[in-house]
Design a protein around this ligand. Structure first.
Ligand SMILES: [Zn+2]
Length: 284
């Protein structure tokens, strides 16, 4: 391990089924107990290894499961928000984003009895067309945002964005997600599907490469990635979606289920081998 290099550990706390029903079927459902089960697993694991992390809660998860937020605070973790109902910022304007953000912050702070200091946009949806979102976050009094993937992605990312945390003119810090600089350009690493689909060796290699370059990695995970069962289709999917839509969701479910069974062990290996801290601690 390179001296002084630590990696940010973070979790975006959301319900997979709830997001699928919203995004594919336009249906609002309550979050399921899968969120509670898997977030409790994560809190237990961190407690076992005496590790602290950042929990970016959705406002609606904080309202449904306030005891999870309270436990995260009691266990010494850092609080962030991940929006209120997982609306992407490119579907919002300045006013609706500010309203959504305020509802989320109020819900998470009320449940946890502690201040929210960070933000992660649903689906990393801050891009070059909606950088006004960073001013909304600064005005809301947050310390940092960690939503920008500094690469040219198909669905997200800003090509050429700084690879290291930067204090913006509005006073907010942007702590970018991690990419490796390779012969093929910048490649994402350290979290979500990049952690789940690839062997742990890829993340370890990436963490060491970042350390050699003098950069801290930023990891991110979701509770449903630690669920030990495959994602299932919503009951109404076959009647509400055409053949094409049904197939698209079925493929998405297969991809979201792949690698879940080994996630618990992989994360435990990672946090015991590398020095990890809450995202906000990367600014120290
Ligand atoms: Zn999310």
């Amino acid at each position: 391990m390179a001296a002084g290099i630590v990696h940010g550990l973070s979790f975006d706390i959301e319900c997979y089924n709830q997001i699928i029903c919203k995004d594919y079927l336009g249906q609002a459902i309550d979050p399921g107990d899968e969120v509670e089960r898997n977030t409790s697993f994560l809190l237990d694991l961190l407690d076992k290894h005496n590790k602290k992390a950042t929990f970016f809660f959705l406002g609606n998860i904080a309202r449904s499961f306030p005891s999870l937020v309270r436990r995260a605070v009691d266990d010494g973790h850092e609080l962030g928000v991940h929006g209120d109902t997982h609306l992407c910022i490119h579907d919002l304007n300045e006013k609706s984003f500010a309203d959504e953000l305020k509802t989320a912050i109020d819900s998470v702070e009320q449940a946890g009895g502690a201040k929210v200091i960070g933000h992660r946009a649903p689906a990393f949806s801050i891009n070059s067309s909606n950088l006004w979102a960073l001013d909304v976050l600064a005005k809301a009094g947050l310390v940092y945002d960690s939503s920008i993937f500094p690469f040219k992605g198909r669905r997200y990312g800003i090509e050429g964005w700084s690879l290291v945390p930067e204090k913006l003119k509005n006073g907010l810090w942007e702590i970018p997600l991690s990419v490796n600089e390779t012969w093929f350009g910048r490649l994402p690493c350290m979290g979500g599907g990049y952690f789940r689909h690839f062997p742990l060796a890829y993340t370890k290699y990436s963490a060491r490469a970042l350390s050699r370059a003098g950069r801290n990695g930023v990891t991110y995970f979701h509770p449903y990635e630690f669920e030990q069962k495959n994602a299932k289709m919503p009951d109404t999917a076959s009647e509400m979606l055409g053949k094409k839509g049904f197939l698209r969701l079925a493929i998405s479910n297969v991809l979201q289920s792949r690698g879940r069974k080994s996630m618990r062990k992989k994360l435990e290996h990672f946090i015991t081998e590398f020095d990890t801290v809450p995202i906000g601690s990367l600014l120290e």
